[in-house]
Design a protein around this ligand. Structure first.
Ligand code: ZN
Length: 216
């Protein structure tokens, strides 16, 4: 799958936790008539969407969808976002003022403290990159083969989007990690590996962090 292009800057979006705002067209019905701008639909760098005047309307639209359709309850309204809870599954998510929806379940727990918050860890998950530039893909594959990992910030630099990364201090030990089974799937424009990364969570959200419960 090719990476989505940010409607704000036209550059690719690597959709990792806390770094993107997904503006799905199905949220449209919750938006005031005047703010239904189809040019905004798509996957944004959160940093780019932060500059959009309509961001507050989108936060509200997403919240309405989660509470009216999906059964989430509002737990807390904070500066960094509205915390929602799904009672059946114990799931907690936060919807930020920039329309970033972040799952507050981190199976890897809190890894360390940084100014203003904590760095949480997800479990490594599969991530594929399809890029037109075969030389870049070949370089990534070679680095994975020989060093077994590529720093995530290097991927953002290759994509030309390092300036869009929020809280880079959370990504200092985040990597694209070689995996034998996934490496068998590589092609000239395709590289897949495990993504192991940290997510910045503001201090005021720390009490709402949770571990994932298996869905029934
Ligand atoms: Zn952007």
């Amino acid at each position: 799958m090719n990476l989505d292009l940010c409607p704000g800057c036209g550059r690719p979006v690597l959709g990792i936790g806390g770094q993107f705002s997904m503006l799905d067209s199905y949220y449209t019905s919750y938006l005031p008539e005047a703010s239904r701008d189809a040019n905004l639909f798509g996957c944004w760098h959160a940093a780019c969407f932060h500059k959009e005047p309509l961001r507050g309307n989108w936060q509200q639209a997403i919240l309405s969808n989660y509470t009216e359709v999906r059964g989430y309850e509002v737990v807390a309204e904070l500066d960094s976002g509205v915390v929602l809870f799904l009672p059946q599954h114990g799931e907690r998510v936060v919807v930020s003022p920039d329309a970033v929806v972040l799952d507050l379940s981190f199976d890897g727990g809190i890894q360390r403290r940084v100014p203003g918050g904590v760095v949480c860890r997800t479990l490594p998950s599969e991530c594929s990159l399809q890029l037109d530039d075969e030389a870049v893909v070949a370089r990534l594959q070679e680095q994975l083969r020989t060093q077994k990992k590529v720093p995530l910030m290097q991927i953002f630099e290759l994509l030309g989007t390092a300036d869009c990364v929020l809280h880079p201090e959370a990504l200092t030990d985040s990597y694209f990690v070689w995996h034998k089974g996934l490496a068998r799937l590589w092609e000239k424009q395709w590289v897949t590996a495990n993504l192991d990364y940290g997510v910045f969570v503001p201090e005021e959200l720390e009490p709402y962090l949770t571990r994932r419960k298996p869905r029934a």
